[in-house]
Design a protein around this ligand. Sequence first.
Ligand code: FEO
Ligand code: CA
Ligand code: CA
Length: 697
Amino acid sequence: MRIPLQLFTSSGDQIGRSARAHVTCRYKCGEACWHEPGNSSDNPYFRDVLRASASRRAVLRSSAGAAVALGATSLLAACGSDSGSSTASSTTTSSGDSALPGMNFAAVAPNTEDALIIPQGYRQDVVIRWGDPVLPGAPEFDFANQTPEAQAMQFGFNNDFAGLIAVDGVSGHHYLVCNQEYTTEEFMFPGYTPKEPSEQQARISMAAHGITVLEVAATPGSGSLTPVVGQRNRRITASTPIRLTGPAAGSAFVTTSADPAGTTVLGTIANCSGGLTPWGTMLSGEENFNNYFSNASTVTDPATKENLERYSFEDDGDYHQWGRFDKRFDLAQEPNEANRFGYVVEVDPHDPASTPIKHSALGRLKHESATIHVVQSGSDAGTVVAYSGDDERFEYIYKFVSTRKMKTGLSATARAHNTGILDEGTLYVASFTGNEPQAIDGSGTLPPSGSFAGTGTWHPLLTVNPGGSARSHVDGMDPAQVAVFTRVAADKAGATKMDRPEDIEPHPRTGKVYCALTNNSKRGTEGEAAADSANPRNENKNGQIIEITDNHTGTDFTWDLLLVCGDPAEADTYFGGFDKTAVSPISCPDNVAFDPHGNLWISTDGNALDSNDGLFAVALDGDRRGETKQFLTVPVGAETCGPIIDRDRVIVCVQHPGELDDHSADNPASHWPDGGTSQPRPAVVAVWRDGGSPIGV
Ligand code: FEO
Ligand code: CA
Ligand code: CA
């Protein structure tokens, strides 16, 4: 029997309000939500615009009234203000003995606290925060006296993806691999004038980007992790040499005055989600790279201009202003530099001296991530499939199928072989067809079958052969063009425009692929693509989770929507068929991961339901499929990233705490994690159960 948990907030007229602060959009994505989408292609799918009628929506909301009445919930219990190993909770009723393994915790209620709120019986501690030492000799963080040199040795700003990779031969030690997506200069420097950094500030910002490799030691009987500041650690910044491979490398599109060979890029930026490979490396997706470049309007060559527009380059989006001090980021001086970002970056933490790689065979887009499935049996056993989403409104979902087969083990020979896997194979883009397209009117009303579902096709774009020769599958484009202007190739292939594909990840046991489609306020609006079965709501504020059952090495798949997110009291939400009176509200899904029991975990960015963002567990199978429970919420103004869920701990990256409009370092909205009158600092947090018992059982 399903027992209602009464987890709702009664968000009333707040529903639909976007919660991401304008300041976050400025620095993270160049105000993408305030501009037209970069995809103006008129591909063959869902060309007609359907508008949901206001009266229809009003009727739907009215019918949800009974459920809203259940939505009252108590607000918070007091939370531990000292973030050191304390408990903090704001919980509803426990899920009881019938909860699925991994989901047996008391759900955290929606809230707007300036604290990391976790379930009763759990503890938390910061692993590392912005400015903490990473490299030997790094100084302690000094907010008032920051330097580029210190920052390049310290943990960067705005952590996003996190992964743990075992250190060979050192029991209980891991590499914590973590990327640092972007900087918000107004929150880093007192007295900062937007768009007018000093050179010192710009160079600190560059050093605060990139990727960190940090050795951490586990504490027996606890989930806490302690940094080891030693020789295994590494900072990769906006200036670190990175090797470009695949068809883009050496092409006329990527040569610059500093790199006439077109094979060595300095730095990685805008890293969002990522993944770990079975061969012991980290993959990180370069996402909103466009808003680091100035003077897009000075480009006059029509083809170059068109390609810049397809990737949403605009003069007014560059809030970092690096181009004033480094000509690489000035399109008037180095127009090709823009083509050297937007790739999947691979880092081998086992070798701190190794050169990271940008794999252009996986295409150039606003990669949210790249995550790996390895075929386990049959003639394709060992084939590697990498999935990636392109996070912008109306962009696409991609996969790469390797030609080379993975060698098992972590020997140097195996690692060298496997690191080349992502350079040989075929890149595809997806189109989605609904089983009942005639029933989709943009309101979110379920089709007659009771769920959104359909079939799909992977369209080949590019094949790179062993040895490096390559073949384009797109008329009028050569392999280098497909690798560099992948969005243009995907337009021509007839891909389906999606509601901002964020993190995508194959389930480690079932192989089913889960993608967070975070939101799309433009869906179904005038001149834009209409709602369709996979993106069923106009002006979609809350997002959905799509489940793809893929023929991994083939070109066909089936799909359905696991969640259509939002307030469960609203008629336009769907929780896998589970009782909507017994789920946590969830909005704007972003990163996805799996626990050891096979449950899906989702972190959110931009909750539009009047709560801070959070981390949720979702049941995938059986009669509890779609059950959704909030495990934690992050402090005010923050986005929940990471995450990692293993037996002993949950790790989240708390990105941009306190980042609210009308606030800054001069007027902080958050004092997390250090409390008092301190400045907010993005940080990685570990959460574990009292006594070290497994998470959620
Ligand atoms: Fe950096 Fe798509 O979120
Ligand atoms: Ca993200
Ligand atoms: Ca993930």
